[in-house]
Design a protein around this ligand. Structure first.
Ligand SMILES: [Mg+2]
Length: 263
């Protein structure tokens, strides 16, 4: 049976920083018209889901916040399912904070009060936040990361990602994260599939990174598609061949994928 649910990465697939990737957006719209369901997964925890949904709507892709899963939602849900509602010290932006509140966690302002530390990308990171986070880690609080991508692609080149902040805390505490919620962990895919009556084997995962998108799809048993529009755009033909031998569908852009799925 032809998969009807497409799990689509955002950065490097739908847009690059502020700039939409037009050919991919057009193909996604056509796939929606053909009856494919789209669900978007991003390791970027900075914005609330509604922000991503609205941005997709502006591009003409029909989306609601329920069609978006961020690493912030995946981290918050995992913490709640594993420990219940927690007092959390967090390094992160609005998107992560909102997901923590949705799951009923309480945000505390001191690491010494925290029952868990949850770390995502924070573009207003300051030394004091690292100090409080280290206090939480020193007393043994679970160390949860939204993701460990060291960089984030933008149209002006890479910027430091959540992984760079996690590395600072690893160095300070001598601890590794206890849980990394985002891609390549299949957990975030499991979260995304809640609410769809679709088995993971009937799901296509579309992304621009081998170490996160493709890795997650292979681990979970979904069908991986690598699109050469974001980080993967600099891949050599040899690297592409190796991926194809692992049953990864490699496409230049989503117009190519649309052509192969359309009938
Ligand atoms: Mg990406």
């Amino acid at each position: 049976m032809k998969p009807k649910l497409l799990i689509v990465d955002l950065d490097g697939v739908v847009w690059l920083g502020a700039k939409p990737i037009k050919e991919n957006v057009e193909a996604l719209k056509k796939l929606q018209e053909e009856g494919f369901k789209l669900h978007f997964i991003t390791n970027n925890s900075t914005s609330p889901r509604i922000h991503y949904a609205r941005r997709l709507e502006t591009l003409g892709v029909k989306t609601s916040p329920d069609n978006v899963t961020t690493s912030g939602r995946a981290a918050s849900l995992w913490a709640r399912e594993s420990y219940g509602k927690l007092k959390v010290y967090t390094i992160g932006e609005e998107g992560l904070v909102e997901e923590l509140i949705i799951e009923g966690h309480e945000i505390v302002s001191r690491g010494s009060e925290a029952e868990a530390l949850i770390v995502g990308l924070d573009r207003r990171l300051c030394y004091d936040k690292l100090v409080e986070a280290l206090k939480a880690l020193s007393k043994g609080a679970p160390f949860i990361a939204t993701n460990t991508d060291n960089i984030l692609p933008t149209e002006e080149g890479p910027i430091p990602g959540a992984g760079s902040i996690v590395e600072a805390l690893k160095a300070a505490s001598g601890r590794d994260p206890d849980f990394i919620a985002g891609k390549p962990n299949p957990w975030i895919l499991e979260v995304a599939l809640k609410g769809y009556n679709v088995s993971v084997n009937d799901t296509i995962v579309i992304g621009d990174r081998v170490d996160t998108d493709v890795e997650m799809a292979l681990k979970a048993g979904a069908k991986p598609v690598l699109v050469l529009t974001g980080i993967a755009s600099t891949m050599s033909p040899q690297e592409v061949e190796i991926l194809r031998s692992k049953k990864v569908l490699v496409v230049r852009n989503l117009t190519e994928l649309y052509a192969s799925l359309k009938d």
